[in-house]
Design a protein around this ligand. Structure first.
Ligand SMILES: NC(=O)c1ccc[n+]([C@@H]2O[C@H](COP(=O)([O-])OP(=O)(O)OC[C@H]3O[C@@H](n4cnc5c(N)ncnc54)[C@H](O)[C@@H]3O)[C@@H](O)[C@H]2O)c1
Length: 310
C-alpha cells in the first residue's frame, strides 16, 4: 500500500492515480460529469453511476469521445444511491467489468436539492433528501472503501456536500449537507494515512440541481412538486445556469485538493469571492462566542435567490 502523508492527506503525484478507476456517483450531470471529464483527462478509467439512464448514455458517449484512443475505459452504471440493494448490485457490475482494478478515486457526489423547511417537511421529504444526500454516501463508502483499503494502488475519497454544510444550517437540505460533512470527517478519522479524504463544499454551480425532483424515486413519492411553484423553480434554475460557476471549476479544485491535501474544499465562485469562508467563519464565531446562529447573505446569493422579481 503506497504511503500517503497523514498530515498532508495528499497524493502529491496525481500521475500515480492514472490507470485506476474513478467511480463517480451523479456522474451523468453537473459537477459529477465535470469530475468525470477531469478524470478521463488524467488517464483514469471512469464509472458513471447515476439514476438517470438517458443522461448516463449521453455522458458515456461524450466521455468516450473525449477519451479518444488514450486507452481509458468509460462504463455507465445505473443505480439509485439511496437504495442499498441497488448500490450492492452496482458494486457487483463494476467488479465484473473491472476485475481486480484499483480504485483511485471514489466520488460520492450524487445529491438532490429541496426538502423544504424542517417545520414543514413531510416524512417522505426527509427520507428522500437524507436518503440520497447522506445514506447514498454511506452506502458507497461501505461498498467500496473496504476494498480500497486493501488494494496496492493509492486511493482518494471525495464527497460532495455544499456551502450549506458549513454555514448555520437551513432546511432539510442544510441538515443533509451538515451530515455529509460530518460523515466525511468521520471517514477521514477512520482511514487517515491509508486513503486521502476530502469534502467539496461549493457555492452556486451551473448545474441541474434545482430540478432534482426529476429524480425522485417512486418509493419517495416520485417526481412530485414541493416547495416553490414550478415557475419560480424554473426562474431559479435559469439563474443557476446563467450565474453559477462552471462545474469544471469544482472538478479542478477536487484534483488540486487531492494533490495538496486540503480536506474542506471551499469552492468559492469567482463572482462571490470569500463567501463560503465567511459562512463557515460566522458559524464558528457564533459557537465560540456563545451567540446565535446566523447565515450571512452576499449580494451574489441574493441575486440568485431573491424572488421579488421572479
Ligand atoms: N449546483 C450547486 O449549486 C451545488 C452547490 C453545492 C452543492 N451541490 C451538490 O453537488 C452535487 C452534484 O449536484 P449537481 O449540482 O451537479 O446537480 P445535477 O442535478 O446536475 O447532478 C446530480 C446528479 O445526481 C444524480 N442523482 C440524483 N439522485 C440520484 C440517486 N438517487 N442515485 C443516483 N444518482 C442520483 C442525478 O441524476 C444527476 O445526474 C449534489 O450533491 C449537490 O447537492 C450543488
Amino acid at each position: 500500500m503506497p504511503h500517503i502523508d497523514a498530515v498532508e492527506n495528499a497524493h502529491a503525484d496525481l500521475g500515480l492515480l492514472a490507470g485506476g478507476l474513478a467511480i463517480i456517483t451523479g456522474g451523468a450531470s453537473g459537477i459529477g460529469y465535470a469530475i468525470a471529464e477531469a478524470a478521463v483527462d488524467r488517464g483514469l478509467h471512469v464509472v458513471v453511476v447515476d439514476i438517470e439512464a438517458d443522461a448516463i448514455q449521453r455522458a458515456v458517449a461524450q466521455l468516450q469521445a473525449e477519451a479518444g484512443s488514450n486507452g481509458v475505459e468509460v462504463f455507465g452504471c445505473e443505480a439509485d444511491v439511496s437504495d442499498p440493494a441497488s448500490v450492492r448490485n452496482a458494486r457487483e457490475r463494476i467488479d465484473a467489468q473491472f476485475p481486480g482494478r484499483s480504485i483511485s478515486l471514489l466520488c460520492c457526489n450524487a445529491g438532490v436539492g429541496g426538502g423544504g423547511g424542517v417545520l414543514t417537511a413531510s416524512e417522505i421529504d426527509w427520507d428522500f433528501v437524507l436518503g440520497v444526500n447522506v445514506k447514498g454516501v454511506a452506502h458507497f463508502v461501505r461498498e467500496f472503501v473496504p476494498r480500497m483499503l486493501t488494494q496496492d494502488g493509492p486511493g482518494s475519497v471525495v464527497t460532495t456536500a455544499s456551502q450549506d454544510g458549513l454555514c448555520a444550517a437551513q432546511g432539510v437540505y442544510g441538515v443533509s449537507k451538515h451530515a455529509c460533512v460530518a460523515l466525511t470527517e468521520a471517514l477521514h478519522g477512520e482511514v487517515a494515512n491509508r486513503l486521502s479524504v476530502h469534502v467539496l463544499c461549493p457555492n452556486v454551480v451551473a448545474t441541474n440541481i434545482v430540478t432534482s425532483e426529476r429524480n425522485r424515486p417512486a418509493r419517495f413519492g416520485g417526481p412530485v412538486e414541493s416547495g416553490p411553484t414550478t415557475s419560480v423553480r424554473e426562474k431559479i434554475a435559469e439563474r443557476f445556469r446563467q450565474m453559477g460557476m462552471p462545474p469544471s471549476r469544482c472538478a479542478e479544485m477536487v484534483f488540486d485538493a487531492i494533490s495538496s491535501g486540503v480536506f474542506y474544499i471551499l469552492a468559492e465562485a469567482e463572482e462571490d469571492p470569500g463567501y463560503v469562508y465567511l459562512e463557515a467563519e460566522t458559524r464558528m464565531r457564533a459557537i465560540l462566542d456563545g451567540t446565535r446562529p446566523y447565515r450571512p447573505r452576499s449580494e451574489f446569493i441574493a441575486s440568485v435567490f431573491d424572488l421579488r422579481d421572479a
